[in-house]
Design a protein around this ligand. Structure first.
Ligand SMILES: C[S@@+](CC[C@H](N)C(=O)[O-])C[C@H]1O[C@@H](n2cnc3c(N)ncnc32)[C@H](O)[C@@H]1O
Length: 385
């Protein structure tokens, strides 16, 4: 099936199911019924449908109030609640003193966080981490993303004007400076590169679990940021040469990182523009980690064509990023990134089928999605010229 982006024709492997008109009629009738207050009262009153009514009411309530949940999480991270509780459990007054919030506010926050299974309180009034809080406490990348969301939250305060392309420049757009600033400053490059590096370990672990890089001689990470992904590969694969291509300011950050990590002797950092410059030739494996999702179809296609020109038959292109889909992980990714990339004013999350469609349109002959253990962190696609 072909999808049109502007005047761009892109092959799309997504099969749009032909909807039988009987089914459409069924859905419309069903929707009218579900929307009707009399039916809703009946569904709650009738014991066999009550559980569905409650489940759906809960789902809708969670959707309606989800922004409050995010802010509770944000306040816990910002105030260091998880870090304090990881150090030592405590009572309300002890925690209040540690986080610098009056006892009443502290108690309110702790109770709200407990309702979200972030922390818990034992019978003696001592607060400690619950599973979700323990994960956040142990992962600086997750904390960095939660903090980063303060910016997105501001941009989404008026989603309607954002959707109408109004509201001027967004904070998220300013943060990802490469979308708009040719003379990217080191400081701005470092801000987004640090954020990416902080969350890279989750992705690198997923990719390394599912792909054996040891068969490659030269691995080129395009848009490789400050080198976190290649540094993770370097720990697993002793022999391969590592090349990184990113904008000059970012490639410089990677160079410094590789020197600090003691792998500079086998790592080469290339400063350049992956749209305008030729991609270096000679790598038998090229990786694109969280890069395609940053770009609209036209730009993503131009990048893939540029990469393909640099590849020989038999070389491998590996695409790793969170991918949209229809299961629970894919739907969560689709909903979140649709608004994230809207605020960033560029990019979209794609299903594996849509990515394969882009790859085929760019001339790649084979494209194989590979399941990962944690699709929320990253999906994986292998493509060959
Ligand atoms: C979302 S970040 C991903 C970084 C890294 N791959 C990761 O997953 O942590 C996108 C990267 O693409 C780089 N980039 C954006 N536009 C570029 C361009 N035109 N040429 C080279 N690199 C570019 C950015 O500097 C950034 O490091």
């Amino acid at each position: 099936m072909a999808r049109t982006a502007g005047s761009l024709q892109i092959e799309d492997d997504t099969q749009t199911p032909a909807r039988p008109s009987l089914y459409e009629q069924y859905r419309s009738r069903r929707n009218r019924l579900v929307a009707h207050p009399t039916f809703q009262r009946w569904a709650i009153a009738f014991p066999l449908t009550r559980w569905v009514a409650r489940l759906q009411a809960n789902d809708l309530f969670r959707l309606t109030t989800g922004f409050v949940h995010s802010q509770i999480l944000y306040a816990c991270v910002e105030l260091g609640v998880f870090a304090h509780l990881a150090d030592a459990p405590g009572t309300v007054d002890e925690i209040a003193a540690r986080i610098g919030v009056p006892e009443e506010g502290t108690a309110r926050l702790l109770e709200a966080a407990a309702a979200l299974r972030l922390i818990r309180c034992d019978a003696g009034g001592t607060w400690r981490l619950d599973d979700l809080g323990a994960v956040v406490a142990g992962n600086p990348g997750i904390r960095a993303m939660i903090r980063h969301h303060a910016m997105l939250y501001r941009d989404l305060s008026d989603p309607v004007s954002l959707l109408r392309e109004g509201g001027g420049e967004t904070h998220t757009e300013q943060f990802w400076a490469y979308g708009r600033d040719d003379s990217l400053s080191g400081e701005r490059a470092a801000a987004y590169s640090d954020l990416m590096a902080a969350s890279n370990d989750l992705i690198a672990a997923e990719v390394l679990q599912n792909y054996d890089f040891s068969k490659h001689k030269i691995i080129l990470d395009i848009g490789g940021g400050n080198g976190a992904f290649l540094a993770a590969i370097a720990k697993e694969v002793r022999d391969a040469e590592l090349w990184l291509l990113d904008l000059p300011g970012v490639a410089e950050l990677a160079k410094r990182r590789f020197e600090a990590d003691g792998i500079a002797d086998r790592a080469t950092c290339i400063g350049g523009d992956f749209f305008a410059d030729a991609i270096p030739t000679g790598a038998d494996c090229i990786t694109l980690v969280r890069v395609l999702c940053d770009h609209d179809d036209r730009a993503a296609l131009a990048l893939l064509e540029n990469i393909r020109r640099a590849m020989r038959n038999g070389d491998t292109l590996l695409v790793a990023e969170p991918m949209a889909g229809h299961d629970a992980d894919g739907s969560a990714i689709a909903a979140y990134f649709s608004m994230y990339f809207l605020a960033m004013r560029s990019g979209r999350s794609r299903t594996p089928q849509q990515l394969c469609g882009l790859l085929r349109t760019a001339g790649f002959r084979s494209c194989r999605p590979k399941p990962t253990r944690m699709p929320l962190f990253s999906g994986l696609i292998l493509a060959h010229k």
